[in-house]
Design a protein around this ligand. Structure first.
Ligand SMILES: Nc1ncnc2c1ncn2[C@@H]1O[C@H](COP(=O)(O)OP(=O)(O)O)[C@@H](O)[C@H]1O
Ligand SMILES: [Mg+2]
Length: 340
């Protein structure tokens, strides 16, 4: 799935660019802190824990909130000078429930189509089309108040699509859904990206979920950039070797550390980031030298989620540790879509 948009990646201008973007809320909360990042065409994941600043960033990009300082552009337009045009060209799915319960999905989506500038007939047609796309065609004349959470999320996606946008900003579209609902929402987003050929930014606090459908990943923490890369680069740096011994794990960990590796414990195994064949040789040598009973030596592809979680859970990690260690193996992928 990581190949989607491959032809566009790298060469095309970014769909979103921020420059030292900072947002300070009243009473001093700094939600975005000097954030400079670019989003390339394709599907981008905006990941970060709750409170990381994802929703604030999205609202600033739409001109719904003013930044305290810094600049940003969306589809080549400045967010301060051109907010209206940006909103016309962008579909937005807000995080929280924003739907009226006493109108039908058709009425609601048609109304938003009208507000995005479509004439009455076109708005009606586009509404039906959007609702068909999200799988609500049969139920489009039901009151939204009678819908399940999953159906409401799909109405939110349909209204984002109705104005024929060039970019979708989806703020935590899987919120409140059960596991099956999450899978089908992500699948739907992925299909919308491919079929409409539009760029999508999808925010989530669940890295493991987002990595399934994204071409790029932008990770933020405390309003600051943690990392921005293509999925390919993320997965390249996530090759790890799992070493499991029946006894003597602390000795093994200590000796691997002496020889320049950084083992992390994961269950009964030690995980070591693979840096060429030398990593295998070192591990084999250490196990032999310490005469430990080797139980398992296996290459794994750590999921992106694990890369972050391991770093966060590293014993004795300081507050700085996550960003420092996540950024360490950067393999030059950022230049591919960084500064154009
Ligand atoms: N209207 C607001 N007033 C004051 N602080 C806010 C407001 N909205 C968000 N915040 C704070 O800004 C930070 C970022 O919030 P938010 O952008 O909602 O993060 P996320 O969407 O990643 O969960 C949090 O500390 C949050 O409490
Ligand atoms: Mg949010």
């Amino acid at each position: 799935m990581g190949d989607r948009g491959g032809a566009r990646r790298g060469s095309a201008a970014p769909v979103i660019q921020t420059q030292a973007l900072t947002k300070r809320y009243p009473r001093g909360v700094i939600a975005l802190d000097d954030l400079t990042v670019a989003f390339a065409p394709g599907i981008s994941g905006l990941v970060g824990a709750n409170g990381a600043g994802k929703s604030t960033l999205i609202k600033i990009l739409l001109g719904l909130l003013p930044p305290t300082s810094g600049r940003a552009s969306v589809l080549g337009r400045d967010i301060t000078a051109d907010a209206e045009r940006i909103r016309m060209a962008t579909g937005y799915m807000p995080e929280h429930d924003c739907l009226p319960s006493d109108v039908t999905a058709t009425e609601f989506v048609t109304h938003l189509g009208r507000m995005s500038g479509l004439p009455p007939t076109a708005a009606k047609e586009r509404a039906a089309e959007s609702l068909r796309h999200v799988g609500l065609y049969e139920e489009r004349y039901r009151l939204i108040g009678t819908y399940s959470t999953g159906m409401k999320q799909r109405v939110k996606l349909a209204q984002a699509l109705v104005g024929d946008p060039g970019l979708l900003l989806l703020d935590e579209p899987t919120t409140g859904l059960d596991p099956a609902g999450r899978v089908s929402m992500l699948d739907l987003i992925s299909r919308v990206g491919a079929e409409f050929g539009i760029s999508i930014v999808v925010s989530s606090h669940l890295l493991g979920e987002i990595e399934q459908i994204c071409d790029h990943l932008v990770a933020i923490d405390g309003g600051r950039l943690l990392r921005s890369d293509t999925m390919t680069t993320f997965t390249q740096v996530s090759q790890v070797l799992a070493v499991e011994v029946d006894e003597g794990m602390p000795d093994l960990a200590a000796e691997l550390g002496h020889r320049g590796l950084v083992p992390k414990q994961s269950g009964r195994a030690l995980l070591v980031r693979i840096d060429g064949d030398a990593t295998y040789d070192t591990v084999r040598d250490v196990v032999a030298d310490l005469a430990l009973p080797l139980n398992r030596l296996e290459q794994q592809r750590a999921r992106v989620e694990e890369l972050f979680r391991d770093d966060e859970e590293a014993p004795g990690a300081s507050a700085q540790a996550p960003s420092a260690s996540v950024q360490a193996p950067r393999a030059g992928g950022e230049e591919a879509h960084g500064d154009h």
